[in-house]
Design a protein around this ligand. Sequence first.
Ligand SMILES: [Fe+2]
Length: 275
Amino acid sequence: MGYTRLPILDETGYVIVDSYDQSVDPREWLDVEYVDWKSSGDTRFAPLASAYGDMECNGFWNHTPPKTDKDGVWVSKNVADAPILTRRAQEPGANVGRCRIIELQPNTYADAIYNLHRDDNNRLNPEGTGWIVRAFFNLTDDPDSVMILREDKDDPATETRIPLPAGAQVILDTQRLYHAVWHPGDEPRYCLITSYESGPELDSWINARRPIPRILSAPLDPEFAQSAYAEARARRDARAAALAAKGADPSFGDGTLRAGAIDEYESSAEVLSEA
Ligand SMILES: [Fe+2]
């Protein structure tokens, strides 16, 4: 039966729409409450919508009862402190799942390559309904930072780097594309991330904002890039070895992987790097 999808994402899996004028809005992302989701010193999250309205950011499927990444419940305290961001998240009129503000500390290109991951946000999503995609609304002005996207995690030729000035608005199929943000600089980056159900509402919202489904990335110095790839590969190998030592097969290849190890493996990538 399949899912309802957005045709504009067919080609590349991403689409950039008109920027939002962030300059006149208050910095609501500094007023909300952040939670330490799992353990990472690199990111914090402030939920605007969570599975059942609590001040937490866990995957909706990790609750009782589990649910797919739709029908998020607004977190009253943070919604009260961030009314404009809440309104922006609701503006497309599509079903909203997880909605949160991410705070990302500065990192390197190698960090971002190491952190490339795909989301699992269609887990439990019933066929015949809309495929869940994510919107990234950049809040701080980070023109030198980029959202790194790859169709193939290990093939730099498939990489796109989308600049993230204030107000940048990008919709991604995060279950299709590997993604992570490279954020140089010395201040944290803040971004509003919202899960939406694909359908006519989101399609109309995108099409009313001059969508661009493909951009050319600014080139990287080849030597710099190669050294980052080598560093990322070494760190991935070390992580795989550490997991193997615990009895997990990070290749997921032989059926011996413990369920807990899968969660650990996935969360180690996603927590560190949620774009
Ligand atoms: Fe992600």
